[in-house]
Ligand binder design. Structure first.
Ligand code: HEM
Length: 180
């Protein structure tokens, strides 16, 4: 994946374990600045290895790690050069999810080799939404749960995210918003 993803992971980890903890992790992974160039493309194997080592460092499972990373990714993206793009993507959660593919199409302009996912808002009942996620990668569903949780945070909403089934090439998620 592009180095921007690695930078997001590094930010999250420095927040959790501090700069010294992160330095230990870099040493363990045998990575340095060369692995964190935003517009460089790296093998997915490296990204997955970083996530697995970060999980071990935090003493949490890989799925929990991916979910936490998804949630913090939204904040990371808000702070970065794509932050303003997020504001154009939607003023409500439903509108935002409906425009996610457009957001990633804009990402491809800067990162032409990105293999981006696809999201389809299948149902939007206001308090309950159903979204289909498709990707040519496998196993990223916990990351998607965290990303939707990050979007709930972004819109100041409380709610829950559940993976409710499979669709060809991906998975179906249900987002339930609590409260008025
Ligand atoms: C400004 C915000 C965002 C930027 C700049 C961004 C950018 C990217 C980039 C660069 C990749 C890696 C693709 C690759 O290297 O092959 C990626 C992957 C991904 N993005 Fe985004 N993204 C953003 C927001 C979101 C949001 C809000 C969601 C979902 C709610 C999302 C879901 C995903 C998922 C699930 C992947 C993993 C790829 C896969 O499933 O195959 N992204 N994104």
């Amino acid at each position: 994946m592009y180095g921007m993803i690695h930078r997001g992971l590094r930010d999250m980890m420095i927040e959790r374990v501090g700069p010294e903890g992160w330095a230990e992790l870099e040493q363990h992974l045998q990575v340095g600045p060369a692995e964190f160039i935003s517009l460089n493309l790296y093998d997915d194997e490296l990204t997955i290895r970083m996530i697995a080592s970060a999980a071990a460092k935090l003493e949490i499972g890989t799925a929990t790690m991916m979910r936490d990373f998804g949630r913090s990714w939204v904040q990371f993206a808000e702070r970065g050069s794509f932050g303003s793009m997020l504001s154009f993507t939607g003023r409500t959660l439903g509108e935002f999810i409906g425009n996610l593919d457009r957001l990633h199409q804009a990402v491809i302009v800067a990162m032409p080799q990105a293999r981006v996912p696809s999201f389809v808002l299948v149902e939007d009942h206001g308090q309950r939404m159903v979204v289909d996620y498709r990707s040519d990668r496998a196993g990223l569903e916990p990351f998607v749960v965290g990303l939707f949780e990050g979007l709930l945070d972004r819109f100041g909403l409380r709610g829950s995210v559940l993976e409710i089934g499979e669709v060809p090439g991906g998975a179906r998620f249900e987002i339930t918003i609590e409260g008025p």
